[in-house]
Design a protein. Structure first.
Length: 651
């Protein structure tokens, strides 16, 4: 048959242009695509040979072979798979709407006997799709193919411009060879992407196709010094070229082995090599799932949190494979963001290696897998918290912040995230100095305690010194210590735990329940009524610095404290927003004064002498500034405050 010219189908022309210029910006994936096609072709002949051994033509050693040629600047990828005849070449290469894989799967569905490694949803290496990625690096592509069981071979050739030629040719063995005539930017030592270099090809195979189950081989060139019979280098000799066949891929992924067949050391070494960590992982998850979606997952929690875990440049996500063929490095939609610290991979035969792989995260299969993985991780962490407390607290020290951010983020994302995570949260408390869960705190609460109390501060020591802690300490009530800026946002998102609302000791009225007697409440009310004018005039002296001034029921020995209104942000939230250059969120400040402190009597005296006196105003301002400093807030004019203190001391 003479050479014939054919036009690509219109949709194929569009696809080719899209593939080269838009979809795939990462050129090196072309090798993954072609190896995937080759693997798929071998799968087909392997299946067909189950009922027709003659198709193998005596060659039962399946393999994929790479041949780089620096003289012709070509790269050839060969396989001994099913091959194609002329009709199939025109149909599968020239027409995107059909593919050999699709037709093969239709036949597979009807077969009574099948290879368990092949899934009816498996679209790896659709020859009408991934093949065109070859034109990203090649100016011209030549295919030589012969279908198993047939004698006539076919040569296909195109420069990707819109047409292709076909002609009959000779080929000794079944299968397909694809020769890429590399573009000038893709060969030579001076280029960044040199695809005729054996080291580059080895790296790409390791990266993308290491777990393809058929050997990927290549002639490996090296130089060795000649040696004598005793193994010593012959003096004055020159290096000799040596060529040996090297298998570039490992073929059997660790995650495909049974858990009982994998040692802890193997898990550790795989993790360190695959995810470039020098420490062993803290936790390992090896999941095999069958059902609506079949998949295997191998995930790890690192020993230590990456320094940039919460930075914008951190890229979370699991590696994604389909039947051991690498699809993407960072699939962000498999796990929720609060599990961003988890490293690992997922391999599923139900995922498709086709043109839409950049949109895989929208697939139903991925969502099913993701929910399963999330459930597995959270179940393991909950079991750790219950059975291996020391181990869990070690995890919490490194990654607890992620879970707290997850709870806070549920305000915006919706769903049941906070319900999934609330029992995994740990906080320091005012009792015993140990970490406690919310469940443990509630179990220790007196029956009369209506709310779960918490305090915010930079560290435990600062919270211990807060004036607001005095009354709760006296009453023996336990307080959660929130020392991370995200803690209070997390608590606000929860709002309550098991029917008990959270109560900041520095926001709104402090409801101690039965811990505060009716007599104490009545006494505070009476003092407030008697000093109503004093509180009003202190507020007037301070102006808009505070929203309210009141007699305090929560102070015991301290003179003053600053609290926030129950509505709106707290003082610590205001500081957090301010540190983020977002000062628009302001707390409504309430100045509380201890009526049992000696300073209260002095205030009364100054007020009786004249509310408009400068001394009364200075006292009011100093009390307010003192309250600011106790909260760790720098006053607007520290020099003026220092001068007022010095003036008072000189009297």
């Amino acid at each position: 048959m003479a050479k014939e010219q054919h036009e690509f189908q219109a949709e194929t022309k569009q696809l080719l242009d899209l593939m080269v210029h838009s979809i795939y910006t990462n050129h090196e994936i072309f090798l993954r695509e072609l190896i995937s096609n080759a693997s798929d072709a071998i799968d087909k002949v392997h299946f067909e040979a189950l009922t027709n051994r003659d198709l193998l033509e005596g060659d039962e050693s399946y393999e994929i072979f790479l041949v780089p040629d620096k003289e012709s600047h070509t790269l050839t990828i060969s396989d001994n798979g099913i091959g194609m005849n002329l009709e199939e070449v025109i149909e599968n290469i020239g027409t995107i709407a059909k593919s050999g894989t699709k037709a093969f799967l239709e036949k597979l569905k009807e077969a009574k006997e099948s290879d368990a490694s092949v899934s009816d949803k498996d679209m790896i290496g659709q020859f009408g799709v991934g093949f065109y990625s070859a034109f990203m690096v090649a100016d011209r592509v030549v295919i030589t193919t012969r279908k198993a069981g047939e004698k006539q071979a076919v040569r296909w050739e195109s420069d990707g411009s819109g047409s292709f030629t076909t002609e009959e040719c000779e080929k000794e063995k079944r299968g397909t060879s694809i020769t890429l005539f590399l573009g000038k930017d893709f060969y030579g030592d001076s280029t960044e992407e040199n695809y005729e270099d054996q080291y580059t090809l080895e790296r790409l195979v390791k990266k993308y196709s290491d777990y393809v189950r058929y050997p990927i081989k290549m002639n490996w060139e090296s130089e060795e010094m000649p040696r004598d019979k005793d193994g010593k280098i012959i003096p004055d000799s020159k290096p000799e070229k040596k060529v040996e066949i090297r298998t570039l891929n490992s073929m059997q992924p660790l995650w495909t082995k049974g858990k009982s067949d994998i040692t802890q050391d193997e898990y550790n070494e795989f993790y360190k090599n695959q995810f470039h960590d020098w420490e062993n992982p803290m936790e390992i998850f090896h999941v095999n799932a069958e059902g609506a979606v079949e998949f295997t997952a191998l995930m790890f929690i690192p020993e230590n949190a990456p320094f940039n875990l919460y930075h914008a440049d951190f890229e979370p996500g699991l590696q994604l494979y389909s039947r051991h063929v690498f699809i993407m490095d960072k699939c962000k939609d498999l796990l929720p963001d609060y599990l961003r610290f988890v490293k690992g991979l997922v391999d599923s035969p139900d995922l498709s290696l086709n043109i839409s792989r950049e949109l895989l995260q929208q697939s139903r299969e991925l969502k099913v897998i993701g929910k399963n993985l999330e459930k597995t991780i959270l179940k393991t962490l909950a079991k750790q918290l219950e059975k291996e407390r020391e181990k869990y607290e070690k995890f919490w020290a490194q990654f607890g912040k992620s879970l707290k951010i997850g709870v806070y983020g549920s305000i915006y994302s919706g769903g049941d995230t906070k319900d999934k995570l609330k029992d995994l949260l740990l906080f320091e408390t005012s009792k015993e100095g140990k970490l406690t869960s919310l469940k443990e705190y509630k179990e220790r609460m007196p029956e009369s305690q209506k709310k779960i109390f918490y305090a915010t501060g930079k560290d435990k020591a600062i919270i211990d010194e807060l004036p607001q802690m005095e009354l709760l300490r006296e009453k023996g009530l336990e307080v959660l210590y929130l020392t991370d800026p995200v803690d209070e946002f997390c608590i606000e998102a929860l709002h309550e735990y098991d029917g008990k609302e959270f109560q900041s000791i520095s926001r709104g009225e402090l409801d101690l329940g039965d811990a505060e007697s009716e007599q104490e409440k009545k006494e505070t009310e009476n003092i407030a009524k008697e000093n109503g004018d004093l509180m009003k005039d202190i507020k007037e002296a301070l102006g808009d610095k505070v929203g309210e001034v009141k007699v305090s029921s929560r102070l015991k020995s301290s003179a003053v404290c600053l609290v926030a209104s129950a509505e709106g942000p707290s003082l610590s939230m205001e500081q957090t927003f301010s540190d983020m250059d977002n000062p628009m969120f302001k707390a409504k400040r309430i100045l509380e004064i201890n009526p049992k402190h000696d300073l209260f009597g002095r205030l009364q005296q100054l007020h009786d002498a004249g509310k408009d006196s400068q001394e009364f105003k200075d006292y009011c301002d100093m009390l307010y500034t003192q309250a600011l400093l106790i909260e760790g807030i720098m006053p607007d004019d520290p020099v003026a405050f220092a001068n007022k203190v010095a003036k008072l001391m000189a009297k």
